[in-house]
Design a protein around this ligand. Sequence first.
Ligand code: NAI
Ligand code: MG
Length: 360
Amino acid sequence: MNYNIAVIPGDGIGPEITIEARKVLDKIGEKYGHHFNYTEVLMGGISIDTYGVPLTEEALAAAKKSDSVLLGAVGGNVGQSDWYSLPPDLRPEAGLLAIRKGLGLFANIRPAVLFHQLKAACPLKDEIIGEGFDFVVIRELTGGLYFGERGTTTENGIRNSFDTLRYDENEIRRIAKRAFEVAMKRNKRVCSVDKANVLDSSRLWRQVVEETAEGYPYVELTHMLVDNCAMQLVRDPKQFDVILTENMFGDILSDEASMVTGSIGMLASASLGETKLGLYEPSHGSAPDIAGQNKANPIATILSAAMMLRYSFDLEEAADKIEGAVKTVLEKGYRTIDIMSEGKILVGTKKMGDSIVAEI
Ligand code: NAI
Ligand code: MG
């Protein structure tokens, strides 16, 4: 099969890590008889320098036309770069919001995986980690508090502000379906996180998730209140398979979830919409402090490419192959600087990519 991938290298370490992911995809293509065509698209600081805006209409159109988008990261050194003297909607990160919105990506999927080989990087105690953990947070990305009606007024000299947390059942149903579909490809357990003891929107959330669950009889559904979930993520992260939650809760919980793994260079993510087209990117930023030095860990981007194969192209076996190769390379002791520990073999970006390709 032929697949057209829009590649957005972006800024900082972005070009270095996306090139490694492309090497891995090319090896997969060779092995399984697929062909990946890449179209390079500018976004972020490099687009500002070239066109004066973080994302051009043409760049968005090219992303829309592709089968899927692979993104490195955008942004520069916030204290130093001229990009940050621009108004907020012309800064590099505005490109990110514009492309998510432009592609209608309402589901953000962030796996939190702790490979047992990387226990040393994890802030949790050994007895909590066990053999490592592997769960995923599915966050609603285009509704809720961040998109509701808001305002600030002054009445009788008293300033007052409000934000609105509103969901309709269609918005809840489509993200819930996505969570159940993801769970079907994993360990078939969904934990839906809300605040149904207090919030009306959470009570509707819970009802609609229950209704949606009827279509997925093989998936076990549980509910958890968000404050409890924040505790459980630290107390016993192994209990989770798929966590499903609304926008703001997901913003907070997905950051907490990624920190319990302790390794920023390892975490992949996907943002999905109604169609098969998705946006795949590492959870970290453009790391300007190490850009151009062959130090960046390409694994988060490589695992994001594996997610692309799984969720956009239904190439399960190839995705498993990449994930397996990453584990083997870690098992052999190869480490980039961010995950380095005593007695291991320090390698650069290229060597890490090459080692994963060699395992495939
Ligand atoms: P960051 O994630 O870029 O870096 C934080 C720390 O982690 C740095 O010390 C960096 O060297 C290290 N690091 C990050 N990724 C790494 C990797 N793959 N391998 C080894 N070390 C790695 O976050 P920071 O410093 O807050 O932001 C830098 C820039 O990135 C900013 O302009 C920010 O706005 C942007 N950013 C972009 C994102 C995106 O494109 N999705 C997401 C987050 C930040
Ligand atoms: Mg956040």
